[in-house]
Design a protein around this ligand. Structure first.
Ligand code: HEC
Ligand code: HEC
Length: 387
């Protein structure tokens, strides 16, 4: 951290603690903050390609993935497709949990699939490290699609288009494929389709660019985005975790969201299973050379620290929030106002979640005006679908 930044943080903490008036505060944005602002806007037009998925970016795979994503025949009960829980404009549901086979409820709030291929980790706890392997989990999950390789194979063989397209992409018919290879390949076409689900170019991007120009001209305070951005960077400390053009650090933090479910342990509980999983990015179903990926996973295991990872969940992107309520992995917060109140209180009360809250989660003492400015800022992050 350089001197500017250190001063800003110390000052912010001092102001927060003493409730001092803001006269002595350094002008916003300082040079460091200007750099942070420059990194926020303009998410790339297409998500990065996944080298472990050989059909990623292949139009034929995207088309087959689209059909499979919407096919209830891939579930054992015959009534649930991926789209059942990832539908509508927000590609999610508007309830805290979603309904799978036989009326069972999902354990967590379904994340949106908009911009999902920009993610580094999948699931709230990161138990999948690739988009294609993620798809195998809901297929097999008894409370979601409750299927297995037999159900999936039978469905692929029942539709001639599916079987033909599958063979064209993978060189074998679904009938000749091993169970694991079949599931991995279905995951790969589903992932190819999901990589096309992007929604970027939000008013936020225009506002940040305009604000930077205003700041460079010494006019920051007159800009309508001033208070929202200042609170996001300074008093709210949101930028610590929600950074970069996707507004996430791609990491896991315990922010104290109330949870007493079996999955409340967050990333700490899923690391070992991920490293041993037959479908992880270093597995034989991965299409990329596995040496470096395996090494990276081993390092992750070696460096894992219980204190930081227990009860830690993935920092979600903040793009498209107006389409994806309710919020957090439990879906417990119905509105963005509730989210801001949660942060303003420094996160949940001790004893209502597993593990230790990260040190940045402290009461923020936001004024009503600052809270409103943050909500307006978050609302401006909803993008448009590219033509
Ligand atoms: C019954 C509802 C349900 C169905 C059916 C379902 N999902 Fe999900 N999906 C969820 C829930 C809940 C989560 C979050 C689970 C967690 O984090 O523990 C999720 C997470 C995901 C994620 C991770 C997103 C992220 O940002 O981490 C992806 C990708 C996804 N689902 C794709 C699919 C695909 C592809 C299918 C079909 C094969 C599917 N889902 C079927 C409910 C569902
Ligand atoms: C220490 C890291 C950290 C900081 C600081 C932080 N967040 Fe978060 N944010 C997270 C994590 C992690 C989650 C998901 C937590 C969960 O579900 O358990 C989250 C979730 C959210 C969500 C819900 C998104 C969704 O799709 O459900 C919103 C909105 C949000 N944060 C906004 C903010 C704002 C505004 C600030 C500043 C006032 C902020 N965050 C500060 C890490 C952080």
């Amino acid at each position: 951290m350089n001197l500017y930044r250190l001063r800003a943080v110390t000052l912010a903490l001092a102001l927060g603690a003493s409730g001092m008036a803001c006269e002595s505060e350094e002008a916003f944005p300082n040079l460091d903050e200007l750099d942070q602002l420059r990194s926020l806007h303009s998410l790339g037009r297409t998500p990065p390609k996944d080298s472990t998925n050989r059909v990623d970016g292949v139009a034929r795979a995207e088309a087959l993935g689209d059909l499979l994503f919407h096919d209830t025949g891939l579930s054992r009960c015959g009534t649930v497709s991926c789209a059942s829980c990832h539908g509508g404009e927000g590609l999610t549901v508007s309830t805290a949990k979603a309904e799978g086979c036989d009326g069972h409820l999902s354990e967590r709030n379904p994340p949106t699939l908009l911009n999902v291929a920009y993610n580094r980790w999948f699931m709230w706890d990161g138990r999948a490290d690739r988009l294609w392997s993620q798809a195998i989990l809901p297929l097999l999950n008894p409370v979601e699609m409750n299927a297995d390789a037999q159900v999936v194979r039978a469905r692929l063989l029942a539709e001639s288009t599916y079987a033909t397209e599958y063979q064209a992409l993978f060189g074998k018919t679904p009938a000749d494929e091993t169970d694991s290879a079949l599931l991995a390949n279905v995951g790969k076409v589903m992932a190819a389709y999901q990589r096309t689900l992007v929604r970027i170019d939000a008013p936020f991007d225009t506002d940040v660019r305009r604000f930077i120009a205003a700041a460079e001209a010494g006019q920051a305070e007159a800009d309508p985005a001033y208070l929202g951005l200042k609170t996001f960077l300074r008093k709210g400390q949101c930028i610590v975790c929600h950074k970069g053009p996707a507004l996430t650090d791609d990491l896991f933090h315990n922010i104290g969201v109330e949870d007493d479910s079996p999955g409340a342990g967050g990333q700490w509980s899923v690391l070992e299973p991920l490293l041993d999983w037959e479908f992880n990015a270093a597995s034989l179903h991965s299409d990329a050379p596995t040496g470096t990926i395996a090494a990276r996973l081993q390092t992750l295991r070696a460096q894992a620290d219980r204190e930081t990872l227990e009860g830690a969940f993935r920092t979600p992107s903040l793009r498209n929030l107006t389409l994806t309520a309710p919020y957090m992995h439990t879906g417990e917060q119905a509105t963005l106002e509730e989210v801001i109140d949660f942060y303003n209180e420094g996160g949940g009360a001790p004893g209502t979640f597993v593990g230790k809250k990260t040190v940045t989660m402290v009461p923020l003492n936001l004024s009503n005006e600052e809270k409103r400015a943050l909500v307006t800022l978050l609302q401006s992050m909803t993008g448009t679908t590219p033509p």
